[in-house]
Design a protein around this ligand. Structure first.
Ligand code: KIV
Length: 273
């Protein structure tokens, strides 16, 4: 019997959650097996194939080396593992910035080849026309404001953004521009909680926080961080709910110990060949 989630959440239901004051839950997934496990819980509203893929799965220091081909491949894997889930895929660095036409081609490939339900891109008012172009073509767009990992060098590192009053006003304008351009939701990363409250109140569309306090319409985290599967730096706002890294190390030690001690395979057992 299939354990696939029977939930078929779509944009009207996601929007409805904001209107009813119900928290929206999003986690990242990069592989079919993880997408299947997350979907089977029935506890996740949206899966995000984030370009954090570059750091948590591919071993890069930043998201900048992640290519459109990487994103299509991993989005397809997630879609294969969770055929009914609402899957948002990140448009990676330089797959949408050069022109509206390029953004349309990249987003189209994420949907057609990757099976994404929606795409996410980083930036505000400067991308208003790009967002409008995608939305007019029938592509749902999630915005991303605050800490923008693709602009890491410009923003001066992984640190809280929009602390100054004028930066806060600019972020509020960016959120309004995204909403007016037709974005269905916005991620706010690593900004002061009181600013996130203002953005969530100002926007009719759901605002999903990560390191942005508790008052957003929902929360997203990197799954590897909550499971203890991240090797290096874990953001201070992430909470660890399991230590699967330790479980994996212990299982591998047991297997290796059994092989070296002649306990695996059990003696007398014939091979299958
Ligand atoms: O790439 C990603 O995982 C993200 C989340 C941190 C929101 O954009």
């Amino acid at each position: 019997m299939s354990n696939l989630s029977t939930r078929l959440l779509r944009i009207p239901e996601i929007q409805g959650k904001k209107e009813k004051g119900e928290q929206i839950v999003m986690l990242t997934a990069y592989s079919s097996w993880m997408a299947r496990l997350l979907d089977e819980t029935g506890a996740i509203d949206m899966l995000l194939v984030g370009d954090s893929l570059g750091m948590v799965e591919l071993g890069f220091d930043t998201t900048i080396p992640v290519t459109l081909e990487d994103m299509i491949r991993h989005t397809r894997a997630v879609r294969n593992g969770a055929p009914r889930a609402f899957v948002v895929a990140d448009l990676p660095f330089m797959s949408y910035q050069p022109s509206k036409a390029e953004a349309l081609r990249s987003a189209g490939r994420l949907m057609q080849e990757g099976g994404a339900s929606a795409v996410k891109l980083e930036g505000g008012a400067a991308l208003r026309k790009t967002v409008r172009r995608l939305v007019d073509a029938g592509i749902p767009v999630m915005g991303h404001l605050g800490l923008l990992p693709q602009s890491l060098h410009q923003q001066g590192g992984y640190r809280q953004q929009a602390k100054e009053p004028e930066e806060q006003e600019e972020l509020l304008r960016d959120a309004a521009a995204l909403e007016q351009a037709g974005a269905f939701s916005i991620v706010l990363e690593c900004i002061p909680a009181d600013l996130a409250v203002r953005v969530s109140r100002q926007c009719r569309i759901p605002v999903i926080g990560i390191g942005a306090g508790a008052a957003c319409d929902g929360q997203v985290l990197v799954t590897n961080d909550i499971l203890g599967l991240t090797g290096g730096r874990t953001p201070s706002f992430a909470r660890r709910y399991a230590d699967l890294g330790e479980s994996i190390r212990a299982a591998v030690q047991s297997f290796s110990g059994d092989v070296r001690a002649g306990k695996f395979p059990p003696s007398g057992e014939e091979g299958n060949a």
